[in-house]
Design a protein around this ligand. Structure first.
Ligand code: ADP
Length: 494
């Protein structure tokens, strides 16, 4: 049955393939960026062929570097940028339009009119999502309504819709498999997270022909057999999950209350809420965290649009640091900043504010303020925004005992200590901070029988460093009051 697992992580800016042995040690890994397309302000697209070519290239390279051929690989797991929407021809496999990326805002008006027509509550109660262009439904409707001839072809059953997971599965299987998993389906806004079915009322509301939709399976399931020549043989696809849900699996977040926070370009927090689909009173999202053996585990999710990208801003626009890792030593020597406050609301504010028109600011400058204060305050801002999410979760009844972190920014020890201080909660960084792609490998390993239980994943999880809160409650309160005041000054729709 082979001794390796192959995990594909198709992200927003790059594609990656990692080959693991059965003990989930990395054997080989390859990554490739692909172009972003910005046809108009607020529009973001990917060329589906560029996505596919990059996945093929990194898969071929990782297999080459591991000196692996198809029979050496037990199973494939796929994780992906979520919500991004594709439509392709079932005969030719050609897409009818570029992939409309999750960040794309072109359907803001159609969301607004659905809201005015009073559909928000129904949508929220069925899908756990907020009526926002972020999710797939209005993007899919846009393709049907704006690309010549597409609606008629969709109604005739000759087209297929998918998020990136389904698209890759279709291509890998040579057009034989059209399926998705429940975690990806839960981000389309067409899937009822309580019944675990595509929802007829939602399909009608968004005017989506049912013939377009993929089958929805567990995250660990038999999705199909990959036969693409880039693999040099046949390998079953046995795991699938959206990137944030895969990270929760990679972090072994199987028990209710367990919470992971991923710090890449943005920050995404998911708390496992067990069998309960907790409805947020604080504008957080309810989502399928995972579905294994037919059992759904729900999650509460919140995100901060700007996390690591604020550090890129310091480097690329402000030009006050040479590289992201330098911020650690600068913050170390500067210490906690309590006068200067950076609010990096470059793209509005996400949960729990949902204020798309807010913009960033630097407040509290005095004659002595310099770049070191601004850099340190930017790291602090990422922690404050995490605090706002975690506080919203706590208000909804979920208070994690520990936060498990991953993503590129968690290399920064100063940031993690400050995060623990501001959250007043211990923060743990695992040895393997690549939780997303690891989660995809775990899911495939489950179906293949390489892993028999989630306990094996839990015991596999190793802590690299734990950061315990050390800050006095007076200082924490003072800092958070300063932050809250700063946020209220920059909000457009406060
Ligand atoms: P993504 O998967 O979203 O591309 P990664 O998980 O690779 O992101 O994380 C990269 C981000 O982390 C970048 O935005 C970068 O600015 C930030 N980053 C990397 N190292 C550090 C560091 N030592 N301190 C602060 N931020 C960092």
């Amino acid at each position: 049955m082979g001794s390796y697992l192959l995990a594909i992580d198709q992200g927003t800016s790059s594609s990656r393939t990692v080959i693991y042995d059965h003990a989930t040690s990395v054997v080989a890994s390859a990554q490739q960026e692909f172009p972003q397309i910005y046809p108009q302000p607020g529009w973001v697209e990917h060329d589906p062929e560029a996505i596919w070519a990059s996945v093929r290239a990194v898969t071929e390279k990782a297999m080459h570097d591991a000196a692996a051929s198809a029979p050496d690989i037990t199973a494939i797991g796929i994780t992906n940028q979520r919500e991004t929407t594709l439509v392709w021809d079932r005969e030719t496999g050609a897409c009818v339009y570029n992939a409309i990326v999750w960040q794309d805002r072109r359907t803001a008006d159609s969301c607004r009119s659905l809201q005015l027509d009073g559909h928000e509550a129904t949508i929220a109660s069925k899908t756990g999502l907020r009526l926002d262009p972020y999710f797939s439904a209005t993007k899919l409707a846009w393709i049907l309504d704006n690309v010549d001839g597409v609606r008629a072809r969709a109604e005739a059953g000759s087209l297929a819709f998918g998020t990136v997971d389904s698209f890759l599965l279709w291509r890998l299987s040579g057009g034989k498999a059209h399926a998705t998993d429940a975690s990806n389906a839960s981000r389309t806004m067409l899937f009822n997270i309580h019944t675990q079915q595509w929802d007829d009322e939602l399909l009608q509301l968004f005017n989506i022909p049912r013939q377009l939709l993929p089958d929805v399976k567990d995250c660990a399931a038999e999705f199909g057999v990959a036969t693409d020549p880039c693999l040099g043989g046949n390998i079953p696809v046995l795991g699938m999950a959206g990137d944030q849900q895969a990270a929760l699996v990679g972090q072994a977040g199987f028990e209710s209350g367990m919470t992971k926070s991923t710090y890449g370009t943005g920050c995404f927090v998911i708390a496992n809420t067990g069998r309960e689909a907790l409805e947020s009173q604080n504008k957080l999202l309810t989502t399928v965290a995972m579905r294994l053996n037919g059992e759904v585990t729900y999650g509460l999710e919140g995100s901060v649009f700007v996390a690591g990208s604020a550090i890129q801003w310091l480097r690329d626009e402000m030009k006050i640091v040479g590289s992201a890792p330098e911020t650690e030593a600068i913050a170390q020597r500067t210490g906690v900043v309590d006068d200067v406050i950076v609010v990096p609301a470059f793209a509005g504010l996400g949960a729990p504010y949902w204020d798309p028109d807010a913009r960033g600011a630097i407040l509290g400058l005095s004659r002595g303020s310099g770049s070191d204060q601004v850099i340190t305050a930017t790291l602090q801002a990422v922690a404050y925004q995490t605090h706002d999410l975690i506080a919203a979760m706590a208000d909804d009844g979920i208070s994690p005992a520990v936060i498990r972190v991953d993503g590129g920014m968690v290399a920064n020890n100063w940031f993690l200590q400050f995060l623990a201080d501001i959250l007043d909660t211990p923060v743990e960084r695992p040895v393997n901070v690549e939780s997303t792609v690891l989660g995809a490998a775990y899911l495939a390993a489950f179906t293949a029988g390489v892993l028999q239980s989630s306990e094996q994943i839990s015991s596999n999880w190793r802590c690299d460093s734990r950061f315990d809160p050390l800050m006095s409650s007076d200082q924490r309160t003072k800092l958070l009051n300063g932050w809250t005041a700063a946020v209220s000054r920059i909000r457009a729709n406060g």
